[in-house]
Design a protein around this ligand. Structure first.
Ligand code: SF4
Length: 312
């Protein structure tokens, strides 16, 4: 017997529609190349991946962001730091938006390919959002690789030296944490207090912490299957379904573009292979915002966004 109801059927039973609102943010996934191979990565990024955004697609994105004003442009990967041309891509995007975000796993900023990128980000006022799996060093290393926890703290200290995470600097360093196992995140405010106390003892500072459930996709899904936790995890997500999260879901106000220029309603849908709209749309053909009221492509992984406090 199925342990949960399919997501779209559950929405219909609750009388809910998941449709796009006004689009405020452009999220750009520049590829799956990464220096790490984290256990919970929904895109299965890693050093062996060759899917990275070309200069031509970057130009298409610049053209789109010039035609259409997005309040936020959010660059993610993989490790965006390692993608050839990333620094000039950021420099060309910065004047086109109010808030430019670069997602980082921290340690990639120390790779040779990213030399000087931290300083460039400071000069451009780029906000950094860093994944940081745990304040427990053994747990973090189990998820990311030996020695990564200590190296991450070293990079945080470098960033703090540049002003990131320091009160009044205007340079934001936020952390994102996902649960280490097959369970939902606890209270975000309490987690932030705990992380601040712990990381300050290690001489590091950050601004805000966001804790989100893991999407059951990619490498995290494989781990759930291999550890016998898949049914239990879906059952937990289903039982914690919170209809109040629908209104604020990120897919209502964000459009995501994959490394090859295809549009998706969110980064999880890139991993799930569910493009935005009925047919694949390339960013170069977009003349405006995605249409308000358009239906969002969903799958059962959407339960990760709608459980408990939700993923907004
Ligand atoms: S995975 Fe989350 S953000 Fe993406 S479409 Fe589903 S509910 Fe929306």
């Amino acid at each position: 017997m199925a342990v949960f109801e399919p997501f779209d059927r559950n929405l219909a039973r609750c009388g809910l529609n998941l449709v796009r609102g006004k689009t405020l943010a452009l999220q750009i996934n520049v590829g799956y190349l990464c220096d790490l191979r984290c256990r919970h990565c929904h895109l299965e990024a890693g050093p062996e991946r060759r899917e990275v955004m070309t200069g031509e697609t970057m130009n298409d994105l610049i053209d789109y962001a010039s035609r259409v004003y997005f309040e936020t442009i959010d660059i993610t990967g993989g490790a965006p730091e390692l993608v050839p041309g990333i620094r000039s891509f950021l420099a060309r995007l910065a004047p086109l938006t109010r808030r430019l975000i670069l997602r980082t796993n921290l340690v990639a900023l120390r790779e040779e390919a990213a030399s000087g990128l931290m300083e460039s980000c400071r000069e451009m006022g780029v906000a950094l959002v860093a994944s940081f799996p745990s304040i427990n060093s053994a747990q973090a290393d189990a998820l990311r690789g030996n020695g990564i926890w200590g190296k991450s703290l070293d990079v945080m200290r470098d960033l703090n030296q540049l002003g990131y995470g320091r009160p009044g600097s205007g340079l934001t360093l936020d952390l994102v944490v996902n649960p280490a196992g097959a369970f939902l995140p606890g209270n975000q405010d309490q987690a932030e207090r705990r992380f601040k106390q712990s990381l300050e003892r290690h001489g590091t500072l950050f601004n805000n912490l966001y804790s989100f459930a893991n999407a059951p996709l990619g490498r995290y899904r494989t781990w759930l299957e291999q550890s016998g936790n898949l049914d239990h995890y879906f059952k937990t997500l289903f039982e914690c379904f919170n209809p109040a999260t629908i209104e604020g879901l990120m897919c209502r106000s964000l459009i995501s573009v994959s490394w090859d220029g295809t549009l998706y309603d969110c980064d999880f849908n890139i991993a799930a292979g569910l493009p935005h709209g009925a047919a694949k749309v390339h960013v170069s053909s977009m003349t405006g915002f995605p249409e308000e009221g358009a239906v969002i492509a969903t799958g059962d992984h959407c339960y990760a966004c709608t459980a408990g406090a939700g993923f907004t």
